[in-house]
Design a protein around this ligand. Structure first.
Ligand code: DX5
Ligand code: ZN
Length: 224
């Protein structure tokens, strides 16, 4: 199974985004992770729709939009219109997750689900066969640069087991505190999509950072 790496541009240099995108594309990134925050579900506020539209026009990679917002059903279409290829929403704030998943698919984008790291994975496991991606938060959402929470790996394993047992093939993404030490542990637990912000954008050579992540995970991948 190949490993997908999606740089999170939360802490990229937003005054030089074309160059930031060019560097991660040249470095072998597979997609861009957009952290969308509304000041309600999480404290900070990020990326207005105009900015997202500009960014998705600048870069040909698929954009996965991680909606850390309340009332995701009200706003999902706006992010699709702004160019998101996959929309991930939090189950804690979705009124009817099944309906939102169907809605996203009907609009021609992929659907992802997530919960905060202190929540049980049961809801995500139950819906795994209806979505394209399950995101495991390995930090509390809101800020980049936080410390990885290893306890979330138990939930990753539970979902992975469920997927293997039921022949479900989806993206299992992890987000928060990913680096050379934590990435292989996540991959060994079943993750096949790494979101990395600080690790990539704080390194002098984004391509080297992406390659190092891949290399660090090679052995873990072969454990399956
Ligand atoms: C946290 C965001 C993450 C964050 C990851 O709310 O969901 O995507 O940008 O950043 P790092 O890799 O620095 O933990
Ligand atoms: Zn995120």
């Amino acid at each position: 199974m190949s490993l997908f790496i999606h740089p999170s541009i939360l802490n990229a240099d937003h005054h030089n985004m074309q160059s930031e995108f060019d560097r991660v594309v040249a470095g072998g990134a597979d997609g861009i992770h957009l952290d969308i925050m509304d000041g309600k579900f999480v404290e900070p506020v990020t990326f207005d729709l105009g900015t997202i539209e500009r960014y998705t026009a600048m870069c040909g990679l698929p954009f996965d939009a991680h909606l850390m917002i309340v009332e995701p059903e009200k706003h999902a279409d706006d992010y699709i219109a702004a160019g998101a290829d996959l929309v991930t929403f939090h189950l804690e704030v979705a009124e009817n997750p099944e309906r939102l998943i169907d809605h996203l698919h009907g609009r021609g984008v992929k659907a992802g689900i997530t919960v905060n790291p202190d929540k049980s994975a049961e809801g995500m496991i139950r819906l795994a066969d209806r979505v394209d991606l399950v995101l495991f938060m390995s930090v509390f959402p809101g800020y980049g640069g936080q410390k990885f929470m290893p306890e979330v790996l138990e939930n990753v394993r539970a979902l992975k087991r469920h997927c293997v047992e039921h022949g479900i093939e989806i993206m299992i993404q992890i987000d928060g505190g990913i680096n050379l030490e934590t990435a292989p542990r996540a991959v060994a637990a079943g993750v096949n999509n790494l979101v990395a912000g600080t690790f990539i954008f704080r390194s002098p050579d984004y391509g080297a950072a992406i390659q190092e992540l891949r290399r660090a995970c090679e052995k873990a991948e072969s454990d399956f």
